[in-house]
Design a protein around this ligand. Structure first.
Ligand SMILES: *[C@@H]1O[C@H](CO)[C@@H](O)[C@H](O)[C@H]1NC(C)=O
Length: 387
């Protein structure tokens, strides 16, 4: 009888008559926007893993792993897959002290020049994905552990000072007025000096008159050290009181792969889901990958599917914590429609682009001639630069 049942189920499912269910379906039934995952092109190239990622009942949202930069090829593939499956994009990350190209860190730029470089980057990257991102992580990890602004090791903080943060938010708002603009950081999951620093940062951005709509808690945690949901609820509420939404943006809960404790890990995932469920300002949860086959943490098994792509104990505790699957409608995530980039070519006649500025690339419509003595050098299909 099993095959008949399976065929009947498949037919009913394709007709949309079977209750939708999964991590995302349950999150949406609980009033959230999404349950999502970080995804890389490595996953897109692994058909079995990618089939899990494509299931919008489990994942209503994707984040690209550090692939949204001036070379758009990889991230474009991820955005296309999200759009094909009706999944939202959280876009990540515009201004970070890490992974800055060496021409920027070694350029010895003055304040005004560095600001223009940063604004140019934001205008281009946000412009490229305009209309396709539910949210942008505009600034990532700008705080020290004591809640003060990071200057050491940050070209942005050391040259521009904290003002780079509101300037970045204002530039992102200009480039895509519809996207939710987030500050994103780690070790801000519980009340403490860094979380307080993040609240001060949000107030500071607002004091400059720049928009900020969300706070992303990265949520890199350790099995057995998560504790009670109440501390996470209190923390999120403190951010919500400032008028921003919150989300877990990079959740994973480490346990050693040599001696894992998947039962405790399942309890710890449930704790975070329970906390988000209790706070209306918490719009969703994104895990930093979904299978232990692809995790950034060495010798660890921090995710919801194991290395053989089988569901672990955490899967069911997350489902049960979100609660029942609701009315059984199929997923209705509302990814904004793709916008076509303006085909208007050519900048104003006779203008010149400054040293280091962009001077060409697909979708670029500014000045294409460089000021003397610089020449326009091809970097990739989307970006040429005056060098
Ligand atoms: C850099 O310029 C910005 C914008 O004028 C200003 O707000 C900021 O304080 C300046 N930073 C420094 C270190 O002078």
């Amino acid at each position: 009888m099993a095959p008949v049942k399976a065929i009947l189920f498949a037919t009913l499912a394709s007709a949309g008559l079977v209750a939708a269910d999964g991590l995302n379906a349950r999150a949406q039934a609980a009033g959230k926007k999404y349950f999502g995952t970080e995804i890389s092109t490595q996953v897109l190239g692994d058909a079995n893993a990618n089939n899990i990622a494509k299931n919008s009942q489990d994942f209503g949202q994707y984040t690209c792993e550090n692939e949204m930069n001036f070379n758009y090829a990889n991230a474009d593939k991820i955005v296309a897959q999200a759009q094909a499956n009706g999944q939202l994009m959280r876009c990540h990350a515009l201004v970070w002290h890490s992974q800055v190209p060496s021409w920027v860190t070694n350029g010895k730029f003055d304040n005004a020049t560095l600001i223009s470089i940063m604004k140019n980057h934001i205008a281009n990257v946000v412009g490229h994905y305009k209309g396709k991102c539910y949210a942008w992580d505009v600034v990532n990890e700008a705080l020290n552990e004591d809640g003060s602004y990071r200057t050491s090791g940050s070209i942005w903080g050391s040259t521009i000072g904290p003002a780079f943060i509101p300037i970045a938010f204002a530039a992102a708002a200009t480039a895509d007025p519809a996207a939710k603009l987030y500050y994103n950081d780690y070790n801000c999951d519980r009340p403490g000096s860094k979380a307080t620093g993040a609240q001060n940062l949000i107030k500071m951005v607002k004091s400059y008159g720049a928009p900020i709509h969300g706070f992303g808690m990265q949520g890199h945690m350790t099995t057995g050290q998560v504790g009670a949901a109440s501390q996470y609820v209190t923390n999120m509420q403190a951010f919500a009181n400032l008028g921003v939404e919150v989300a877990y943006t990079e959740l994973d809960i480490a346990t050693p792969s040599s001696n894992p404790n998947f039962a405790q890990q399942a309890t710890d995932y449930a704790t975070i889901v329970s906390a988000c469920k209790q706070v209306s300002a918490c719009v969703g949860i994104t895990t930093w990958g979904f299978t232990d086959k692809y995790t950034w943490i060495s010798n660890s098994a921090p995710l919801i599917w194991d290395t053989s792509l089988q569901k672990k104990a955490a899967y069911n505790t997350i489902l049960n914590t979100w609660g029942s699957s609701g009315t059984g409608t199929t997923s209705t995530s509302t990814a904004p429609a793709a916008t076509t980039t303006s085909a208007s070519g050519g900048g104003p006649g006779g203008c010149t682009a400054a040293h280091w500025a962009q001077c060409g690339g697909s979708g670029y419509s500014g000045c294409k001639t460089c000021e003397a003595p610089y020449t326009c050098k091809y970097s990739n299909d989307w970006y040429s630069q005056c060098l």
